[in-house]
Design a protein around this ligand. Structure first.
Ligand SMILES: Nc1ncnc2c1ncn2[C@@H]1O[C@H](COP(=O)(O)OP(=O)(O)OP(=O)(O)O)[C@@H](O)[C@H]1O
Length: 553
């Protein structure tokens, strides 16, 4: 268990990457400077009180001057170290968030069909913010309070061991009182995190599906669900407060006992002449730091488990295996005759479920217009994603120009238009340039004309520079599909694969678009997933699928 805590603690700091040592150095310096100044105060207090007691003006002036020097140094050094530390602790957070997003984007395509985007958002934002608290506050607190506590303990032992012993005993009791109920705190914070993930998922669902929500008058039911999650979260917060209050009351009793204990022992020792007044004052000031150290130990020493549990959700994502796409060595490493893609005995199933593709054997030739047809659920989109290199085959081989192809090779050579094309928030031009960032405006106009998109784009308020909102929601479904086709055409890949990408386009425009795509066949192969027999009639070849197998080719 101890090893696990050390390993997980290491993992948290390793998330900082190259910034780790710079961050740790700045936190250590800052956490030493502040308590070091605070520790000088009991010592100067003792000095000045004793000076008054023995009536030494000279000692009093020396004590006073030391106090002023400490004050000036404190006022200058503490803000400088704090400023430096603040800056250092913000930078790594950005790095952690960026690395996590980079990792998430690199995960296999299938991972996203099993995860809710709201849940992922909650990890990228809420969980990382909590991690930031750990970097920024808890690490600093632990180090500074330990420095102050150990320093105070050494000073108190040097002052008088008889006062130090009860302080240590009460301190240990205080630490135990803080760590008491740590299990219920951990369970509570696990529950709160789960609820926050659920709430996030519900909000992203409600906003993403706002049309359905409104059309089906689903608002009430959604709000009821949301209120129920929030209600549970509020009750958990209330439970948490109750646990905190109990722990605080226990700590308060112990701190008060400690204060009065030191005062009584000190007063007794002054009365018996075994300790001077200054030392008793210093002991009263020092005991606070010692108790604080034990309390912190109780909070963080044991409470670190809570932090590790919070970070576990981030590590879970980092532990997800990235997809192995392999490398694309460039077109020169392939000698391509007519056969572009070949699948031999391809089999595929989603997450160990029943196989969707059973024993697929197909060949996709150069310069042909192929229709991929089949009943709904036959596996056309699944096969399209495999041909595009979004998912690997479970078994069998996929070849590009006769050579076994990895996913990177397919992604480079196939341009894909999905069933529900996704457009990004930004302008129409931004979205088109995803296909080819270097495309000139002439090339873009030529391509959008082929995709029957130029005319409606030109009619937009700012033409190609019109903002289209989140997911392109300011455009019609058919317009979005045409932009997606133009984006894929701009990629200049050897194969253009359109998975029912014209379903929202009226038949008149669809016919013109098909004519244009058929004339593209001189430059590239077009694979068109379609249900309509009118489209199939125009193809060079029809690949017919049924229940995971190729029925006719
Ligand atoms: N991410 C997924 N996880 C699990 N099963 C899936 C997933 N995506 C699709 N399926 C299943 O795979 C089967 C084939 O789906 P696919 O979308 O490939 O069919 P399709 O032929 O394109 O259908 P349609 O014509 O309706 O679009 C279906 O039974 C579907 O339920």
């Amino acid at each position: 268990m101890k090893n696990k805590i050390v390993n997980d603690g290491n993992k948290i700091f390793n998330l900082l990457g190259k910034e780790k040592w710079k961050y740790l150095l700045s936190v250590i310096i800052c956490a030493i400077v502040v308590p070091a100044f605070e520790l000088t105060l009991p010592w100067v207090t003792k000095w000045m009180i004793n000076a008054v007691e023995i009536g030494s003006k000279e000692l009093l002036i020396q004590g006073f001057s030391t106090m002023i020097i400490i004050f000036i140094l404190y006022s200058v050094l503490v803000p400088i170290t704090a400023y430096h530390f603040e800056g250092r602790s913000h930078k790594p957070l950005l790095g952690v968030r960026l690395n996590l997003l980079k990792h998430i984007i690199g995960l296999p395509f299938n991972f996203f069909s099993q995860q809710h985007s709201g849940e992922l958002m909650s990890r990228l934002t809420g969980d990382i913010d909590e991690l930031f608290d750990f970097y920024k506050e808890q690490t600093y607190d632990i180090i500074s309070i330990l420095v102050k506590g150990i320093g105070a303990l050494v000073m108190l032992l040097m002052l008088d061991i008889r006062i130090a012993i009860p302080v240590i005993v009460l301190g240990i009791l205080s630490a135990l009182s803080r760590s008491y109920m740590i299990k219920s705190l951990k369970d509570n914070s696990d529950d709160v995190r789960k609820l926050s993930g659920e709430a996030n998922s519900l909000v992203t669902d409600s906003l993403g599906g706002i049309k359905v929500v409104k059309a089906f008058k689903f608002e009430k039911s959604l709000l009821k669900n949301f209120a129920s999650i929030m209600d549970k979260a509020t009750r958990k917060a209330y439970d948490r407060n109750l646990i905190d209050i109990k722990r605080d009351v226990l700590s308060y009793i112990i701190s008060t006992l400690n204060f009065f204990g030191v005062l009584c022992i000190g007063a007794y020792m002054i009365s018996t002449g075994t300790l001077d007044v200054g030392s008793v004052f210093a002991a009263i000031m020092l005991q606070e730091g010692i108790i604080e150290m034990f309390v912190t130990f109780g909070n963080y020493g044991f409470g670190i488990k809570i932090q590790l549990a919070k970070s576990a959700r981030i590590f879970e994502l980092f532990d997800e295996m990235k997809e192995e796409t392999g490398e694309y060595e460039g077109s020169d490493s392939y000698i391509c005759n007519d056969e572009l893609i070949t699948i031999k005995d391809g089999r595929f199933s989603y997450n160990d479920r029943e196989a969707i593709l059973l024993k697929i054997n197909i060949r996709i030739m150069r310069n042909e217009f192929v229709i991929l047809e089949g009943q709904s659920g036959a596996g056309k989109s699944t096969l399209s994603k495999i041909l595009t290199g979004l998912m690997p085959l479970e078994s069998g081989n996929i070849l590009w120009c006769g050579k076994v192809a990895n996913m990177a090779v397919l992604r480079n050579n196939v341009a894909y238009v999905s069933q529900e094309p996704y457009l990004f928030k930004g302008t129409i031009l931004d979205n088109l340039k995803i296909g080819n960032p270097k495309a000139t405006m002439e090339e873009i106009y030529e391509t959008t004309k082929k995709a029957c998109a130029h005319d409606f784009i030109a009619r937009q308020p700012q033409g190609y520079n019109t903002l289209i909102g989140e997911r392109g929601l300011t455009l019609s479904g058919g317009q979005r599909q045409r932009i997606a086709i133009a984006r894929a055409l701009l990629k200049e890949a050897s194969i253009l694969l359109i998975d029912e990408g014209t379903s929202a386009i009226d038949s008149e425009i669809e016919n013109i678009l098909l004519d244009n795509l058929i004339s593209e066949v001189n430059r590239r192969t077009v694979i068109f997933v379609a249900h309509r027999p009118t489209i199939a009639k125009r193809a060079n070849r029809v690949i017919s699928m049924g229940k995971g197998i190729i029925k006719a080719c």
